[in-house]
Design a protein around this ligand. Sequence first.
Ligand SMILES: N[C@@H](CCC(=O)N[C@@H](CS)C(=O)NCC(=O)O)C(=O)O
Length: 201
Amino acid sequence: MRYNLYYWPHIQGRGEFVRLALEEAGAEYVDVARLPESRGGVPALMRMMERAPGGRLPFAPPILQAGREVIAQTANILLYLGARHGLAPKAESGRQWVHQLQLTIADLVAEVHDVHHPVASGLYYEDQKKEAKRKAESFRKERVPKYLGYFDASFSEIRAGRDISAVQRSPTLIFPRFRSSKASSMRFRGRYAACRKNARG
Ligand SMILES: N[C@@H](CCC(=O)N[C@@H](CS)C(=O)NCC(=O)O)C(=O)O
């Protein structure tokens, strides 16, 4: 099966989670919006948003087309790929646990976005810098330690052998890579590093 991925061509963003899973799976895929407009490009992405085959309209990219199926919402796409490519546990409870972690990552991603667009998504960061600065303070002090503490505790449980099968080769392994990716840590690199150092004591 050759997949079509639809995502904004000039940013890593949420599309990167899907690309990493596809790469990990060794799956064949086309990054449609990165093609020239004669074969895809952003117009093809817009067409997919407005007239998805089957009428299941996506709200926003990333979007994965798998044959006649059109799937949106990053965590939903990873749930789909995880089951089909052995990236997630076979047992339903394990898959649900991995999905829970991925949804929590989605919450973190949304918060990172909101730090830079605290007033409105449609406004440029430059137009809401004052509010962004205030938001960033509580994000760095309270939210980053809370999220990292949660993931550290979860991975400690897994390392302790209680549910290793749940996360072996799962899309959540993307998380450590995500942290070191441009999408998040470019802006909060110092804070992430400090939190990790504190966590290790
Ligand atoms: N919950 C969705 C969020 C999707 C999303 O916000 N996509 C961004 C790009 S990363 C977008 O283009 N949003 C347009 C909009 O919300 O109007 C997911 O996890 O996939």
